[in-house]
Design a protein around this ligand. Structure first.
Ligand SMILES: Cc1cc2nc3c(=O)[nH]c(=O)nc-3n(C[C@H](O)[C@H](O)[C@H](O)COP(=O)(O)OP(=O)(O)OC[C@H]3O[C@@H](n4cnc5c(N)ncnc54)[C@H](O)[C@@H]3O)c2cc1C
Length: 334
């Protein structure tokens, strides 16, 4: 366990904004978490859990205690001819884990290559990309309930996974410290090439490594690298609307974009709404909207996360006025 006081968060958030935290504690095991909480009961309400900060926007200094996982390791729990179950420490880097699985030819999560962040944060918003979400591969999430200081396990069902959401992002936000995640992966599985950019791949020559390489290429082309341009990927979720609202919107906007998700429910690409509201490529010299993808807000050179927050509120306002749709943030705003 390490403990640091008055620490700059600049290198701990992918927007690269410069705010401070009063205290940062990094844990190497679940026992360390339990023993820390036993001795520091009064701090429980001030805890913020942070992974690698690639889905977090700090808008001010954090005047409390940040808990971070440095719990490492990949352990085989179960294996047969068809599948393997792995228990992974929450402090492992997500893409290192995907790389390990691809090299070992464990199929399932290859489409989630190059998503920034930690393994522990992956269940929080049920990370997803290119037609795959981790809820299809998570068996169990284990961790410490911070209010009772006990070890708790969540089955896949208990996690209440949905689109960019889970029980951990709602009522258990900052109340449950994930220490490990178990994944069931497969020795062979058909590739998921449902996403339009992947449909054109030659399936007869495709291997798991080639698919990972392809996804890395697409992502590198489409998304800004947080190392050179601060961002947190998609800032908003794609909103869901019902049939009545859809009919109304189609009558007002002839080119309205949407896709059906279930009976009488539709999803609208938030990037399209933002672009049509005139924000794509916006740049005030400090913060802006990525010129190639309107869902990605970027930090050009602001030190203050509040600048990005203000921009996001203006975008939300304009989308609401134009389409009567309220965008919901995917990013965690602190
Ligand atoms: C360039 C870019 C592209 C991205 N593309 C995608 C994408 O394709 N799909 C996608 O789903 N996301 C994407 N994201 C968002 C981000 O990568 C994921 O949300 C990722 O899981 C965040 O991991 P993190 O460790 O950085 O989380 P953080 O930002 O540190 O934390 C995110 C949330 O998880 C909680 N948390 C973190 N660790 C723990 C823990 N151990 N226990 C309990 N709670 C915890 C935090 O409290 C917070 O609420 C992208 C981000 C960037 C910058």
């Amino acid at each position: 366990m390490t403990e640091e006081k008055n620490i700059s968060l600049e290198k701990m958030n992918s927007f690269r904004v410069i705010h401070m935290a009063k205290k940062l504690i990094s844990f190497e095991s679940k026992d360390e978490v339990i023993s820390y909480l036993k001795n520091n009961k009064s701090e429980i309400d001030d805890i913020l859990i942070l992974g690698e900060g690639s889905n977090t926007l700090f808008t001010k200094d954090y005047n409390g205690i940040i808990f971070q996982s440095n719990i490492k390791g990949i352990e085989i729990i179960k294996e047969d001819n068809e599948s393997i179950t792995l228990k992974v420490g929450s402090g492992e880097n997500w893409d290192d884990f995907v790389d390990f699985c691809v090299n070992s030819e464990y199929y399932g999560i290859e489409n989630l290559s190059l998503i920034p962040g930690s393994v522990g944060a992956a269940p929080i918003q049920n990370i997803g990309a290119y037609g795959v979400e981790i809820n299809d591969y998570v068996v169990r999430v284990s961790g410490v309930d911070l209010s009772t200081n006990t070890l708790v396990e969540f089955s896949n069902k208990d996690c209440e996974f949905s689109y960019r959401d889970s029980v951990f992002k709602k009522k258990l936000r900052n109340k449950f410290f994930i220490t490990s995640v178990e994944f069931k992966l497969y020795k062979k599985l058909p590739f998921n090439l449902s996403y339009s950019d992947l449909e054109k791949l030659n399936t007869s020559e495709l291997t798991i490594s080639k698919l990972r390489e392809e996804i890395i290429k697409i992502r590198t082309r489409k998304l800004p690298d947080p190392k050179s341009k601060g961002n947190a990927g998609s800032f908003f979720k794609n909103p869901e609307i019902d049939e009545n609202k859809l009919k109304n919107l189609i009558s007002r906007h002839k080119d309205f974009k949407y896709f059906k998700i279930k009976d009488k429910k539709y999803k609208v690409p938030a990037a399209w709404l933002i672009e049509k509201s005139g924000w794509k490529g916006y740049n005030d010299g400090f913060v802006g909207v990525f010129e190639h993808h309107a869902l990605v807000l970027v930090n050009h050179k602001s030190e203050d996360g509040n600048d990005i927050h203000i921009l996001s509120k203006s975008i939300k306002d304009d989308v609401r006025k134009k389409f009567d749709i309220i965008l919901e943030e995917e990013v965690n705003i602190i």
